[in-house]
Design a protein around this ligand. Structure first.
Ligand code: ADP
Ligand code: MG
Length: 246
């Protein structure tokens, strides 16, 4: 088996006296969906923030493709192949669907050309077209992102993340606030992403976690409580007590 795309070792951070993430260790395998679950306040988003460079860990390491990226700035992490979506959307609402995608695809260009205006290269154009088709947004390409439905915005955001051809994609609650139908569509979409990338997911909907995940990491009060295949994790008495409340 090849080396995991992401290796997190003994990662910790404290806010004042609170150990929000306490010596967490896990790995994300290539072309798999690894899901982090845990009750509110367990430290999931803080863990993502450290992996994606938004917060510097107190101790521990983050390796991407075997390279030490601990505490690296978000731009450097992007260069190393890490992309993330946010609980709060990070689309440009005043740009169209196609423009949002083209901007993201620009990172595939040599640095100098990426500074040119949106007119952009054939490669970025082709990428935009492919993303529009794959995410079923072609008919909405000229709509402003701000005018899309919530479900379409979340979908576009995943497409934007994927347009830069990352190695690993971090998704923080991609189905939050979605209708039942949008949730089901997004689940299918996330599953299809593993053709191209490895996915690290935070998800609350336990049904979805069971359906989607190859590997589950359970967090509780900043610590890793358990990890393993979804069915095994769900049956774990410690997890039952801490997470499911029985
Ligand atoms: P989760 O995403 O699992 O719900 P978080 O990672 O958001 O949990 O939060 C973990 C703990 O850290 C919580 O107790 C939260 O209040 C605290 N926390 C998160 N971010 C900060 C911050 N910037 N400053 C102080 N405390 C924080
Ligand atoms: Mg969170």
């Amino acid at each position: 088996m090849s080396r995991p795309v992401l290796e997190v070792s003994d990662l910790s951070i404290a806010f004042g006296g609170l150990r929000a993430v306490d010596q967490v260790t896990f790995a994300a395998e290539r072309h798999r969906i690894t899901t982090v679950i845990g009750p509110n306040g367990a430290g999931k988003s803080t863990l993502f923030n450290m992996i994606s460079g938004a917060l510097k860990p107190l101790s521990g390491t983050v390796l991407i493709d075997g390279v030490d990226m601990t505490g690296a700035a978000p731009e450097r992490l992007k260069g190393a192949g890490l992309s993330r979506s946010f609980q709060i959307t990070n689309l440009f609402f005043e740009l169209t669907v196609a423009e949002n995608l083209r901007l993201a695809a620009q990172v595939l260009e040599p640095a100098k050309r990426a500074l040119l205006p949106i007119r952009c290269s054939t490669r970025a154009q082709a990428k935009t077209q492919a993303m529009l088709e794959r995410f079923e947004l072609t008919h909405k390409r000229d709509e402003l992102a701000g005018n899309l439905s919530h479900g379409d915005q979340r979908r576009l955001e995943i497409a934007v993340c994927l347009a830069s051809e990352p190695k690993i994609l971090l998704l923080d609650e991609p189905t939050q606030g979605m209708s039942h139908q949008d949730t089901a569509d997004t689940a299918k979409l996330v599953r299809s992403l593993t053709q191209d990338v490895s996915v690290l997911l935070i998800e609350h909907d336990i049904g979805l976690v069971m359906e989607l995940s190859d590997h589950v990491v359970v967090m509780h009060q900043g610590r890793k409580l358990a990890e393993g295949p979804p069915a095994a994790v769900r049956a774990d008495p410690q997890v039952q007590a801490a997470y499911f409340g029985h």
